[in-house]
Design a protein around this ligand. Sequence first.
Ligand code: SF4
Ligand code: FES
Length: 292
Amino acid sequence: MAEASNTTVTLQVHRFTARRRPRGKQWVQEYTIPARPSDTVLDCLLTIKRTVDPTLAFRYSCGHGMCGSDAVAINGTPTLLCTATIRDWAKQPGAMPEVDDEGFRHTGTEAEESDDSAENVANAAAAQNSAANGSLGVIELASLPGFPPQRDLIADIDPMLNQIRKLTPYLQADGVLATTAEGKVDVFEYLQNPEQLAKYEPLSNCIACGVCEGACPVYAGGDAFIGPAALIWASRFVNDSRDTKAMERMDAIDTADGVAACQSVRACSRHCPRGIDVGEEMWQIVAKVRER
Ligand code: SF4
Ligand code: FES
């Protein structure tokens, strides 16, 4: 059993329940629990669920960044519960938000700037005060932006999954099988060289977590824009040398709510847990659709 921690973290959870209320009841609930800097936010939620409040709802499955089921907003930034650590995300009460050159507000303590700006001086003082009373800081949690909340930290991600499904996210190869002289199926494989594989392999790592969609200011529910995740899946097959439907796939996204809706904000790239440069991929697929 893990050693008891003498430090604490406070989670401010935006809770939501639609039970008995058509438009839902919303409130913020605060939990202060023992935690270590290396704990993940998911670890903390599991502690709360098991020892403090069994009514708190959140979703997870693999627990190590592979299934994409636990995307939420941490301090306003879409990311995964299971890979976010207290060390990276707890902010000290009184700390000032940091704004980077692109105008993005850093709400966690992950920023690596080391200058002596007013923000950093104020934040260092807040950290000292907090460390003195054993608090690692405060983390704010809400369900994934851009999707309807279902309960507490669980958002309905069906709109994203439906957009991905609409774009036939599976290989459509020529289906010609190699046969023996007797007409029997001999091999069933589609050969590909390493260069051809490299064109789409990073995109095949997408776990449909919705983090890029939650960060995209245009997506917001998928009515006006099918969203970066759906375009990543389309691009994955457009770039696959074995697929025979590249033209049809590009036609399907050459629409007002497809590539035309992308405003190249590139917020989608910032926290993809699979390391996909989503904004760059958007740029590439938009260019490919326009040039065809
Ligand atoms: Fe998640 Fe990245 Fe796929 Fe977007 S591209 S759904 S952030 S894994
Ligand atoms: Fe599977 Fe976080 S629980 S990615």
